[in-house]
Design a binder for this molecule. Structure first.
Ligand code: NDP
Length: 251
């Protein structure tokens, strides 16, 4: 009987998560795709031959239910891509909104910690496994108006590095991918539906595409099991730093 590898991708209803699920399906994984928007997951699942499960990564009980369902259905997980995440707001700290901080920290930090904790027994049940956390250049830099988001992605970086130390000696790889400016629904979410502000982010720049990031994830996942890609930073060439973007390059 052939061995079907199972890849769980969170935040697969949009952007980087959708592209990653497609890439992993292309590599022969059975993608288990998750997010809150069910209709989108159903469409993607039908296209790539995956299985959809709907939940909010801020809900610990829902994560536990998902882990039980996964265990009963597949018995193990080969790859976990912790991708679900968001930025909310660009206000400076003195006027930033508590509820935005809470949602970012619950999603980007606690969501990843809880997902990883819940799925580790299933990752340990695979012959070798891989955890890929989607961080951000906001995990290695800060910028004005970004304290909530950058602190969440700095925390994610600390979690990822800690995990690699704690899992040392087990056949579980841990990778962190740090995208720079990538054109997805990210900015629309950040600016709470304001399409003009979201559009300004990409003005005069060729941003990364979700596929650019999915290819990097696919590269890390497809290395032989003894090779761990620790950390990948990918930016558009026009973006030298989070806050320094050339808008006249035409590249
Ligand atoms: P999108 O907004 O296009 O996708 C975000 C995904 O996360 C959606 O599928 C959304 O699904 C899911 N999600 C958000 N909140 C929750 C939640 N509480 N529970 C479950 N799923 C949730 O953005 P991107 O594809 O760009 O973002 C993916 C990751 O990449 C994020 O972690 C982001 O921080 C990171 N990133 C993005 C960059 C960019 O410039 N785009 C740059 C650096 C990092 P749904 O709403 O259906 O639940």
């Amino acid at each position: 009987m052939s061995y079907e590898r199972i890849a769980v991708v969170t935040g697969a209803s949009s952007g980087i998560g959708t592209a990653t699920a497609r890439e992993l399906a292309r590599q022969g994984f059975h993608p288990v795709i998750t997010a809150r928007r069910r209709e989108r997951l159903d469409v993607l699942a039908a296209q790539i031959g995956g299985t959809a499960f709907t939940f909010d990564v801020r809900d610990p009980a829902a994560i536990e239910d998902f882990a039980v369902w996964l265990r009963d259905k597949f018995g193990r997980v080969d790859v976990l891509v912790n991708n679900a995440g968001l930025a909310l707001g660009r206000e400076k700290l003195d006027v930033s909104i508590d509820a935005d901080w809470v949602q970012m920290l619950e999603t980007n930090v606690l969501g990843v910690a809880r997902m990883t904790r819940a799925l580790l027994p299933l990752l340990r049940a695979a012959p070798s496994a891989h955890i890929v956390n989607i961080g951000s250049t906001a995990g290695i830099e800060v910028y004005p108006g970004g304290a909530g988001y950058t602190s969440s992605k700095h925390a994610l970086r600390a979690i990822t590095q800690t995990l690699r130390l704690e899992l040392n000696g087990e056949p579980i790889r841990v990778t962190e991918v740090e995208p720079g400016m990538t054109k997805t629904e990210f900015s629309i979410t950040r600016f709470k539906g304001d399409a003009e502000k979201a559009g300004d982010v990409y003005a005069g720049v060729t941003p990364l595409s979700a596929d650019d990031i999915a290819e990097a994830i696919g590269f890390a996942v497809s290395r032989p099991p003894h090779v761990n890609v620790d950390f990948v930073v990918i930016r558009p060439v026009a973006q030298a730093a989070a806050y320094q973007v050339s808008r006249t390059m035409n590249v």
